[in-house]
Design a protein around this ligand. Structure first.
Ligand code: MN
Ligand code: MN
Length: 463
């Protein structure tokens, strides 16, 4: 090697090489890991569905429901559910909570189309539902694609109905219409924000009248009749319902080499699943470990199932109390990986990215020291010390990783739950998977990258 080459090797960052330097064995492990991830993603259409999946998997793997004031021993495994929409899994460590806990936190809500409290109407022979979109979406992407309907309806007698329709092969589906190109001359002159408005996201749910009669709105009535026969609900029951339209797409391999996965809700279930598996695969760690899968990240983490609620804090206080520790002292010694996705570099839209600090498909798990927007607003900027600690943990465990900033400075931005964890006086940094087409009905990730995320959460818990 020439002197200069040697010096370069020693001092400068290495070139990106994707998975070309990864062993066949490791790529096989990644592929295997993704077989079950795809099953999880297909079943976890909403946070409620993801919680059900996580609890079932936890129970199969020896976790029992957490009981307050019960004394747990090292290696004991517990889960705790927050209002059917968030879930925590803990494995008790040899030192319990004495030296703090290790946390991996991901969110299990994804952008989608929620129905309004009073949604049903009929217009010129078509029955439609009014909606209010959930999270940040590019509205045009959600038109003219098959949609499934998921959710919960609570009737006045307190009984609950679960609705899940659209994902089975012979199920009906639903759709938001768009104007044909022959008649879009006016629409085509508008900017994207004005061409597709929130109030236009009406979902088509029927077209046949219940019967011939002089009464009005018989198509809407027919829809209600079907819903009543199937679920025993009336129009008023929409008032106490959470019903969401999500893309009907099944999770698919993408590319001739099948190295990528396309599907709905990778953000952030592609971090939730590896974090979940890291807790499940952890036997008896030094310190107690917790994977927490939260709700409401896509709408700002507000509400009692979001990361701004005290639910996780109280759970940690309970674990601390059982060990005879003060909750706030446990938090102050705790460490967290905020497990969320980053924007993968897209060659078709390269001008949105700053190439030296962008994250790339197949370059491994992404660390974001900070997120937020213009002038580092609204973020927890992880300290050099904690960044250094995580860097050496990843290197020590042979985990391929990269750094990622979300796009060019001042071009936009976005946040994660890291700042709410940091506010509890916990050391935290964002670590997750790079995603193409984030928040689209069909998002893309790499099989290798999600496996590296799993290895990172596992390393945090077991290092
Ligand atoms: Mn996210
Ligand atoms: Mn998101």
């Amino acid at each position: 090697m020439s002197e200069i080459k040697e010096l370069k090797e020693k001092l400068m960052m290495k070139e990106r090489k994707g998975t070309s330097t990864v062993s066949k064995e490791e790529l096989d492990l990644a592929n295997n890991f993704c077989i079950d991830y795809k099953k999880f993603l297909d079943k976890s259409r909403t946070e409620r569905e993801a919680v059900k999946y996580a609890v079932a998997l936890a129970k199969e793997n020896g976790f029992t429901e957490f009981e307050q004031d019960k004394k747990y021993n090292p290696g004991d495994r517990v889960y705790i559910v927050n209002r059917n929409k968030a879930v925590g899994l803990a494995v008790i460590g040899k030192n319990g909570t004495k030296n703090g806990v290790k946390l991996s936190i991901a969110h299990i809500d994804s952008p989608r189309i929620d129905i309004k409290p009073n949604p049903l109407y009929e217009d010129n022979g078509l029955a439609l539902l009014k909606t209010h979109y959930y999270g940040g979406i590019k509205k045009y992407q959600w038109t003219t694609i098959p949609l499934s309907l998921y959710g919960t309806v609570v009737k006045t007698d307190g009984s609950k109905v679960e609705i899940a329709v659209g994902d089975k092969d012979d199920d009906e589906c639903f759709v938001i219409t768009d104007l044909l190109p022959h008649l879009d001359r006016e629409q085509a002159t508008k900017t994207m924000n004005k061409a597709f408005t929130g109030e236009q996201l009406n979902v088509l749910v029927g077209s046949q009248a219940v019967d011939d009669s002089d009464e009005k709105d018989l198509v809407a009535l027919n829809v209600m009749k079907i819903l009543n026969e199937r679920y025993g609900i009336t129009e008023g029951d929409f008032l106490s319902a959470e019903l969401s339209f999500v893309p009907s797409y099944k999770t698919r391999d993408v590319g001739f080499d099948r190295s990528l996965i396309g599907g709905y809700g990778h953000d952030d279930r592609c971090c939730a699943y590896p974090a979940l598996m890291a807790a499940i695969d952890t036997k008896t760690p030094e310190s107690t470990v917790i994977t927490y899968l939260t709700d409401k990240e896509e709408t700002g983490s507000d509400g009692n199932t979001g990361m701004q609620s005290d639910f996780l804090r109280y759970f940690i206080y309970d674990l601390a109390k059982a060990d005879g520790e003060e909750g706030y002292r446990v938090l102050s010694k705790s460490k967290c990986l905020s497990a969320d996705v980053n924007a993968a570099f897209d060659p078709t839209y390269s001008s949105a990215y700053e190439i030296k600090n962008a994250s790339f498909i197949n370059e491994g798990v992404v660390i974001s020291k900070y997120t937020g927007h213009g002038g580092k607003y609204d973020t927890s900027d992880a300290s050099a010390e904690y960044m250094g600690e995580i860097r050496s943990m990843l290197n020590k465990n042979n985990i391929k990783w990269q750094i990622g900033e979300l796009g060019k400075v001042d071009i936009g931005g976005g946040g994660t739950i890291a700042k709410y964890v940091a506010n509890m006086n916990v050391d935290v940094i964002d670590l997750g998977v790079a995603v193409l087409c984030m928040h689209a009905p069909f998002e893309i990730i790499s099989k290798f990258d999600i496996y590296m995320a799993y290895k990172a959460f596992y390393a945090l818990f077991n290092d």
